[in-house]
Design a protein around this ligand. Structure first.
Ligand SMILES: *[C@@H]1O[C@H](CO)[C@@H](O)[C@H](O)[C@H]1NC(C)=O
Ligand SMILES: *[C@@H]1O[C@H](CO)[C@@H](O)[C@H](O)[C@H]1NC(C)=O
Ligand SMILES: *[C@@H]1O[C@H](CO)[C@@H](O)[C@H](O)[C@H]1NC(C)=O
Ligand SMILES: *[C@@H]1O[C@H](CO)[C@@H](O)[C@H](O)[C@H]1NC(C)=O
Ligand SMILES: *[C@@H]1O[C@H](CO)[C@@H](O)[C@H](O)[C@H]1NC(C)=O
Length: 549
């Protein structure tokens, strides 16, 4: 026994010595404006190396990704990596509360390591309303060869970025919000930055060999609309969701809410011809539709003009959510390195209930959580905290763990930062009293979405939680007049943004930051601030705090 353990230890040591340092992949991004016409109307787009959407990033777990980003726009810019966990490293998160923006005409390098979150993700610009003009792209994390995934290698692997789309420029849309108005309704829906015309002139976006199975990685990178996605005549076998392998059910169509990602398998086993891939807006009075063509390589014939119908109402979407189950026997790496997947056995140490509201402050539209509408101070919150000058920039805990009784009566406009203790197991309840659907995302974490139900939440609703196989993911939807409950282990030190993924709600304050500090200030818990980290606001010129040890 003892001997076995020693040999095993030696082997592990050998493997780590032989493997050496994890591989690096280097990217240079030139971010510029350029003219694009996704809906046939020329407009200003944000391009990465001349491309809209931006390049697909293909990586394998443990790869170090190095992005040297040249900002050739005329505005400050940041990129964030939706769903990539950045263990101990909120320095690379790329949101206004953690990083100073890359100023026009300069470059900055993000260095991030992707871990065992096998799946489909995307990146996008987190500043202003830049996402409305592009700058987004797919990001894949593949499993290392030794760790099998619960399905056969597909013949090919395709990225499908779906989004609602505005023909107004990002600056015009931002002016609407700054003047207290809404950005209104989008003009169309895009699939990978395009939509098929359906007049016979369309080129196929994807091709499939007959009899083969393909993986499609679907993300909603849009501004506000949930989208229903379907492949004409084909079922989708869902295999992965936001970094977790799930029970493999077949679906005619999937509701993909803003910021959400799914991987599905499609087998080319139908009549060899062209088929439409269709994405259409949900929960909106006017249904907007985007299309793309998938072609069988031996195919003859145009796609049928009969577009499959999308479902109606949000109850359908809630029922679909209830079919999503984690595959507990999948041998691929767990998304949560601390192994808290027997989550219902862990005591909840804190419950934070967040209720969203919409109001008008001095006639201007604002969105809030528990009565505070967040604004980004000039000094990123993380830097203010690290340099020990947070009292000059923001206050912790301006909201309580319970919403105020007079929610929305007098919304405070200020930074919204919660102090959360390291290494606890907490519950966050989102309650949505509005008529519109909410989609939330937390940076730095995956969490268990244990329940979404109509009505208001009370502690006895815990009885209705999924105690067993809730999917560990990084987005959660809250349907109109419903609540959603998530559980998470606060094991990742950093300053992490919890935000509405609806661009308008987020820009107008429906977000907050969760600060999780290492009590020891130790390198075991958090990486040191990179030497070339940009400094701005009140921390500019301050002496650097001593590095962690
Ligand atoms: C970025 O692209 C612009 C426009 O094409 C070009 O003028 C500029 O030289 C490029 N910069 C870099 C660093 O490649
Ligand atoms: C992505 O990376 C994996 C692992 O290195 C590789 O097998 C695959 O061919 C790559 N895919 C693309 C599209 O480059
Ligand atoms: C800017 O780009 C240059 C040239 O590639 C590189 O040497 C430098 O490290 C980059 N600067 C930053 C802050 O990333
Ligand atoms: C879960 O993963 C296992 C192991 O890879 C696989 O054999 C099984 O088919 C999957 N189960 C379901 C229900 O998808
Ligand atoms: C955060 O909360 C912990 C526990 O209540 C407390 O010890 C700590 O001082 C607080 N930190 C800040 C910055 O308020």
């Amino acid at each position: 026994m003892e001997r076995g353990r020693i040999i095993c230890g030696l082997l592990l040591w050998l493997v780590s010595v032989v493997r050496g340092e994890d591989p690096y992949i280097f990217f240079t991004w030139n971010v510029t404006y350029g003219i694009i016409s996704p809906l046939g109307v020329p407009q200003q787009g944000i391009l990465i190396n001349g491309k809209f959407p931006g390049p697909n990033i293909n990586s394998t777990s443990n790869n170090n990704l190095v992005f040297n980003i040249f900002n050739n726009l005329d505005e400050p810019l940041l990129f964030t990596w939706n769903g990539v966990q950045h263990r101990k490293n909120s320095w690379q998160d790329g949101v206004p509360g953690t990083n100073c923006p890359i100023t026009p005409g300069t470059n900055y390098t993000y260095r991030l390591q992707v871990k065992d979150q096998i799946g489909s993700f995307f990146y996008y610009p987190s500043t202003a309303l830049h996402r409305a003009a592009g700058g987004f792209g797919g990001l894949r994390i593949n499993s290392r060869l030794l760790i099998p995934v619960p399905y056969h290698d597909p013949e090919d692997d395709y990225t499908v970025l779906i989004s609602d789309w505005y023909t107004k420029s990002h600056t015009t849309l931002k002016k609407f919000l700054d003047s207290g108005r809404s950005i209104g309704r989008p003009e169309g829906v895009l699939i990978n930055g395009k939509t098929a015309k359906g007049d016979g002139s369309d080129k196929p976006m994807f091709t499939m060999k007959p009899g083969k199975t393909y993986k499609y990685r679907i993300c909603n990178v849009g501004m506000k609309n949930s989208l229903n996605l379907r492949f004409q005549g084909h079922l989708m076998k869902l295999v992965e969701m936001e970094g977790s392998h799930v029970v493999q059910n077949n679906y005619d169509s999937l509701d993909v809410h803003v910021g959400g990602c799914f991987s599905v398998l499609i087998t080319a086993d139908k009549d060899p011809k062209d088929y439409y891939i269709v994405a259409s807006t949900r929960f909106s009075k006017t249904v907007l539709t985007g299309k793309a063509i998938m072609r069988y390589t031996n195919g003859k014939g145009a796609p049928s003009p009969d577009i499959p119908e999308s479902p109606l109402g949000w109850a359908w979407s809630l029922n679909q959510f209830k079919t999503f189950r984690w595959n507990l026997s999948a041998s691929a790496a767990r998304p949560n390195p601390q192994g808290s997947y027997k989550y219902s056995k862990i005591d909840i140490t804190r419950t934070i209930k967040l209720v969203n509201s919409v109001s008008r402050e001095n006639g201007k539209l604002r969105y809030a959580l528990n009565g505070v509408s967040h604004v980004d101070p000039e000094t990123p919150l993380k830097l203010a905290e690290y340099f020990g000058v947070s009292d000059k920039v923001f206050k912790y805990n301006t909201i309580q763990d319970e919403p105020p009784a007079d929610l929305g009566a007098s919304v405070k406009i200020q930074p919204n930062v919660l102090n959360v203790t390291h290494r606890k197991f907490i519950e966050i309840i989102f309650e949505n009293p509005e008529k519109s659907i909410q989609s939330y995302h937390l940076d730095g974490y995956a969490f268990f979405v244990v329940g979404i139900e109509p009505g208001t939440w009370t502690p006895d609703k815990r009885k209705s939680y999924n105690p067993f196989d809730a999917v560990s993911r990084h987005t959660v939807q809250v349907f109109p007049k419903c609540w959603a409950a998530i559980l998470l282990s606060t094991d990742n030190v950093g300053m992490w943004n919890l935000r509405s993924l609806t661009a308008e709600n987020m820009y107008l304050g429906q977000q907050l930051y969760i600060s999780i500090m290492s009590p020891e200030g130790s390198l075991r818990d958090e990486y040191n601030m990179p030497d070339d980290n940009l400094l701005c606001g009140v921390v500019k010129g301050l002496p650097k705090p001593p590095p962690y040890t």
